[in-house]
Design a protein around this ligand. Structure first.
Ligand code: PLP
Length: 262
């Protein structure tokens, strides 16, 4: 890379050649999603499944509200139950998750509301996000970058990279800086958002190759017109494929056949 005769896997993650990769990837996320200045953009490890635990560990003080809209939402709420009281305010489990629950009341006595924007496996997608009186945490693993979202409506967004951004190994977290309050429980250093905000995703060795491929994918996304361009081509007519196409309703079968990259 950078004509130094070494690949990104052979250089230090603290070297002057890697540092711009992390910063560029961050800048692309910020630009493409319109992330406001009062949010941190983090690249973590452990997949979205680790976020199922990190969210309650850092944000659940007494009680949290969850919408049970699919297998992943259900896994998230089960994990939260390990750390406090969970109020399942709506569920589509009765019909094998074939619809997205609507018209629920969001309790004001909960620390946050957890939703899943796209229910992988069932192919159901939340079209409108709730106006919530409490902080909103959203698992966007399978539709991030597929449609414009107003990031300011969310307090924490997380997404495993491997569907729409790059290879497995990195998880994107977008977190509003002021939502973290002192929690009573002991949280291991690596599982504290504060650690990674302070360390700018470099507290420990970041997954350099995964981040590098995310940067390349997002550069490409920018070059074709960004998120609105992808949204316009959702029908699959143009054959756009962001990354993995097997689980994303955005990517229809004809599109997969034309341009699938893996
Ligand atoms: C919506 C959603 N959340 C969470 C996950 C789990 O992600 P990971 O494998 O990165 O832990 C998936 C994986 O398919 C998913 O689709």
């Amino acid at each position: 890379m950078n004509n130094i005769g070494l690949s990104i896997l052979e250089i230090s993650h603290r070297s002057k050649d890697f540092e711009p990769v992390l910063q560029n990837t961050k800048a692309l996320v910020k630009e493409l999603l319109g992330v406001p200045d009062n949010y941190s953009i983090l690249f973590l490890q452990g997949g979205a499944s680790t976020q199922f635990a990190m969210v309650p560990m850092n944000l659940l003080h007494k009680k949290a509200a969850y919408v049970d809209s699919g297998v992943w939402a259900n896994k998230a709420l089960k994990e939260a139950k390990l750390f406090g009281e969970v109020n399942v305010i709506a569920s589509s489990k009765d019909k094998n998750y074939n619809y997205v629950p609507k018209n629920y009341t969001i309790p004001t006595d909960c620390d946050y509301l957890h939703i899943t924007s796209n229910n992988t496996i069932y192919g159901t997608q939340m079209k409108n996000f709730p106006d919530s009186p409490i902080p909103v945490v959203c698992d966007m693993s399978s539709d991030i970058f597929s449609r414009p979202v107003d990031v300011s409506k969310f307090d924490l967004i997380y997404a495993g990279a491997q569907k729409n951004m790059g290879p497995a190994g990195v998880t994107l977290v977008i977190i509003k800086n002021d939502i973290l309050k002192e929690v009573q429980r002991v949280v291991p250093t690596m599982l504290k958002y504060a650690t990674h905000i302070e360390g700018d995703s470099m507290y420990n060795t970041p997954p350099v190759y995964s981040i590098y491929v995310c940067m390349a994918t997002l550069e490409w996304l920018k070059s074709i017109g960004g998120v609105p361009a992808i949204e316009e081509n959702k029908s699959g007519e143009s054959g756009f494929v962001l990354w993995r196409s097997d689980t994303n309703p955005l990517f229809t079968a004809p599109a997969r056949r034309k341009t699938d990259r893996i």
